[in-house]
Write a protein that binds this ligand. Structure first.
Ligand code: ATP
Length: 298
């Protein structure tokens, strides 16, 4: 019987996010600069009589509704075997915050079971299943930094980028769901963002990053969903102002929020800002970009 397998499941932030018009199937095409960060859940897989998911965080479903559970069932069915495993999730990523917590757990389960069951499936083959679980799951399978397009399935990895010192903060108030944020965006605007133009903006952000011009990178952050998130949670206005006031080079809400990212010029500034925000009642942490692919750790 294989030994228990332990995997890291990194959170994701969107440094840029453009949302186009919804397609006939209801999904929204995106152009995003997405990055895995050093904040992570820990996922353990071990043999068990039947599929079971245990999560350390209160309020996260442990059965069918858990994305990690669905990932295990989907891969088992595709591989023609019983999903006889216990999956333990040690939650460190704030839940429903726009950080792809459930998606990264699901991606870790696909990567982990591929190894646990010695399937040796290729990443593209796993990515097909990943997309069925959610738009962020293919990105979470590969990690690093990537240009994300389509409905999350078209990924262009971006390598050799310098480290960034980020602060991540989440207000204590209950968030709105991702689906509600997209619905509200469609209700509020006449047409979606021109994604060709968005690609140019994201290209400029990447160029600034490559050139080491962090001020220009910070200015290039954007998120079409940010106005919706700010209206739903006005506490974000104060948070964003506070981050700018502390000398952040760029501030942006991640995904549908409410997690908010500040780019700091150096690590001490990031640590001071994280401490200040934590003292003010936010969940806050200084984090970095994680360039290593997700996967196993011992
Ligand atoms: P999304 O953008 O996909 O809605 P998110 O990154 O904002 O997600 P998640 O932490 O993935 O937020 O949580 C979204 C919802 O998914 C929560 O309501 C949660 O109960 C449910 N969920 C299912 N599986 C998980 C999981 N493994 N970890 C966290 N939440 C999960």
């Amino acid at each position: 019987m294989p030994q228990p397998l332990r995997l890291s499941a990194p959170a994701k932030v969107n440094l840029c996010l453009a949302v186009g018009d919804p397609r006939p199937d209801g999904y929204h095409p995106l152009v995003s600069l997405a990055a895995a960060i050093t904040l992570e859940d820990r996922v353990t897989i071990e043999a068990a009589p039947r599929l079971q998911v245990l999560c350390s965080a209160a309020g996260v479903p442990e059965g069918e509704a858990n994305l990690a559970y669905r990932a295990a069932r989907l891969l088992a069915a595709a591989a023609g075997r019983e999903p006889a495993v216990r999956i333990r999730i040690e939650k460190r990523i704030p839940v429903a915050a726009g950080l792809a917590g459930g998606s990264t757990d699901a991606a870790a389960v696909l990567l982990g079971l591929n190894r646990f069951w010695a399937l040796n499936w290729s990443l593209p083959r796993l990515a097909e299943l990943a997309l069925r679980l959610g738009a962020d799951v293919p990105f979470c399978l590969q990690g690093g930094v990537a240009l994300m397009e389509g409905v999350g399935e078209r990924l262009t990895p971006l390598q050799g980028l310098s480290p960034l010192h980020l602060v991540l903060a989440v207000p204590p108030e209950a968030p709105i769901s991702t689906a509600a944020a997209y619905r509200e965006l469609d209700r509020q605007r006449v047409r979606g963002t021109d994604l060709d133009q968005a690609r140019v903006r994201v290209g400029a952000a990447v160029e600034a990053w490559r050139a080491g011009d962090l001020a220009a990178l910070g200015r290039a952050f954007f998120n079409d969903l940010e106005p919706v998130a700010r209206r739903a949670q006005p506490v974000l206005n104060g948070l964003i102002g506070r981050m700018h006031g502390a000398g952040a080079l760029g501030v942006v809400v991640s995904g549908s929020g409410p997690a908010t990212v500040a780019l700091c010029p150096e690590p001490t500034r990031a640590q001071d800002l994280a401490r200040e925000l934590a003292a003010a009642g936010f969940w806050a942490e200084a984090v970095q970009i994680r360039s290593l692919p997700p996967g196993r750790f011992d």
